[in-house]
Design a protein around this ligand. Structure first.
Ligand code: 5GP
Length: 177
């Protein structure tokens, strides 16, 4: 389906209902896997905020949330892998069960940086939950423990993901055509 939004044609790739169902499944799986653990959802801003807000409501295990802001140097559609922390955690995660909640793993460079940064803080466990994975663009191997959807090599927007800071509020994921 194609829609006209802000003078752009956007093709829907993952509908609101498709996202809702998969996020519920991930939440159910995480509820089992993190039962009895000390879960810290580490939400990577800004792109993961909608995903994290929906996901946390499907997790029955007790959890706390921390946020990390990252900016990567590079052009608007590709990261350089040089990452700067713009907002850091407010509490130590030492000996806690950290789950990184990310919107998309593209080249993997940002995730590689994050995993190294967080591992240095000595959590009890460190896992990754990403809504989207684009394997065709992978440049480095990173372990992805939970993946919502594997997608082809399109630049996608909506459900938290932006194009020049816009379109984050779309309830679906689409691509500008
Ligand atoms: P990576 O370091 O894996 O190449 O890229 C990770 C970051 O690049 C993501 O967290 C996201 O902010 C951005 N990114 C990668 N692919 C896309 C995309 O298709 N759409 C949008 N909006 N951002 C993307």
């Amino acid at each position: 389906m194609r829609l006209n939004i802000n003078d752009r044609t956007v093709e829907v790739l993952l509908s609101e209902e498709t996202l809702r169902q998969r996020v519920a499944e991930l939440g159910a799986q995480l509820s089992v896997d993190y039962a009895g653990k000390d879960l810290v959802m580490l939400v990577v801003l800004k792109g993961s905020m909608l995903f994290a807000a929906d996901l946390c409501r499907h997790i029955t295990a007790p959890l706390s949330m921390e946020f990390m802001g990252l900016s990567s140097y590079g052009d608007s559609t590709e990261t350089s892998g040089e990452v700067q922390v713009t907002l850091d955690l407010t509490k130590p995660v030492k000996h806690r069960d950290v789950l990184i909640v990310e919107d998309i793993v593209d080249t993997g460079l940002t995730m590689r940086y994050l995993l190294k940064n967080l591992a240095a803080r000595e959590p009890a466990s460190l896992k990754v939950c990403t809504l989207l994975e684009k394997p065709e663009r992978k440049r480095v191997e990173v372990p992805l423990d939970y993946v919502g959807f594997v997608i082809p090599d399109h630049f996608v927007i909506g459900y938290g993901l932006d194009l020049d800071q816009k379109f984050r509020n779309l309830p679906f994921i689409g691509r500008v055509v």
